[in-house]
Design a protein around this ligand. Structure first.
Ligand SMILES: CSC[C@H]1O[C@H](OP(=O)(O)O)[C@H](O)[C@@H]1O
Ligand SMILES: Nc1ncnc2[nH]cnc12
Length: 296
């Protein structure tokens, strides 16, 4: 399968400089409209699709993003691997603003988000033991090293609902629990990408120390955006290098993120809801082919 890399830009990252032969297309999905038009392009022959998760102009709040539409639109565009960029607060002195953290675990503190494509009429339980695709994350690390960008591998991202930042008590609790960073967006994407059998990795860009650190100001938007602006050039260098060196064929994922629906779907084929199956035509396409089932 030809590799196509989806890039999801976070706060302060609304474009992907360096993308060549760019064309833009507004798409609709059975789950609604994605955050913005998809930007198609390539770097050194690697095809890429860029999507700013908050939309250009940052119109969408973390709770208001249609994550299902975003992931479904990328799936329909043929994306095999997603790398997302997320601004985040840090719970550790050694994870300082400006550092890129390739998190490999998530804790969910969101509520009320639509974080699954499945439900009544087609029940599926995919594994999220390893939410990040290790080979993809390793490629991001390699790109950072080649570009001399400070980056560490591994870490736990707690995803809060927001939009308010954490209270002091919450911040201390997350720190005491041993979590590394906090943000409001990456986890619904990781869950949905897994269901859509897309390999996913996230670059958590540390922007602040949330509000636990006695020697640093409490986080605010201005501080986050100031750090993101300072690091935008490094982020685009990282992504350009990643795309330049990316294999042209999708590499099979060692944790099975690209075949996550095998052994996950409980609902018997005859009990599946045809309306839901229609909406799942992109998400389940690979699974249906592997099972020899028609794709609705
Ligand atoms: C701008 S401060 C809070 C905002 O920043 C992070 O955005 P993203 O994950 O899209 O980079 C955080 O999740 C909040 O949405
Ligand atoms: N401290 C923080 N908490 C939640 N989301 C963030 N995004 C950037 N910094 C953050």
């Amino acid at each position: 399968m030809a590799a196509i890399v989806g890039i999801i830009g976070g706060s302060g990252v609304y474009d992907l400089p360096g993308l060549e032969n760019v064309s833009e297309r507004r798409v609709e999905t059975p789950w609604g409209a994605p955050s913005d038009a998809l930007r198609f392009g390539e770097i050194a022959g690697t095809k890429a699709v860029f999507l700013p998760r908050h939309g250009r102009g940052h119109a969408l709040s973390p709770s208001g993003i249609n994550y299902r539409a975003n992931i479904d639109a990328l799936k329909r565009a043929g994306v095999t691997d997603i790398v997302s960029i997320s601004a985040c607060g840090s719970f550790k002195s050694e994870l300082y603003p400006g550092l890129f953290v390739l998190v490999d675990q998530f804790v969910d503190r969101t509520f009320g988000r639509q974080s699954s494509f499945f439900g009544n009429g087609c029940v599926a339980h995919v594994s999220l033991a390893h939410p990040v695709a290790p080979r993809l994350s390793a490629r991001v690390l390699e790109a950072a090293e080649k570009e001399n960008i400070p980056c560490v591998a591994g870490g736990t991202y707690v995803c809060m609902e927001g939009p308010q930042f954490s209270s002091y008590a919450e911040s201390l609790t997350y720190k005491a629990a041993g979590y590394d960073v906090i943000g409001m967006t990456a986890l619904p994407e990781a869950k949905l990408a897994r269901e859509a059998e897309i390999s996913y990795a996230t670059v958590a860009m540390v922007t602040d120390f949330d509000c636990w650190h006695p020697e640093h100001d409490n986080v605010d938007v201005a501080a986050v955006i100031a750090v993101v602006r300072k690091n935008a050039e490094a982020a685009s260098r990282l992504l350009s290098r990643l795309l330049r060196d990316f294999p042209k064929e999708h590499e099979p994922c060692p944790v099975g993120s690209d075949r996550a629906l095998d052994n996950a779907i409980l609902t018997a084929p005859e009990a599946r809801d045809p309306e839901l199956l229609k909406k799942l035509d992109a998400v389940m396409a690979g699974f249906n082919v592997r099972q020899g089932l028609p794709n609705r």
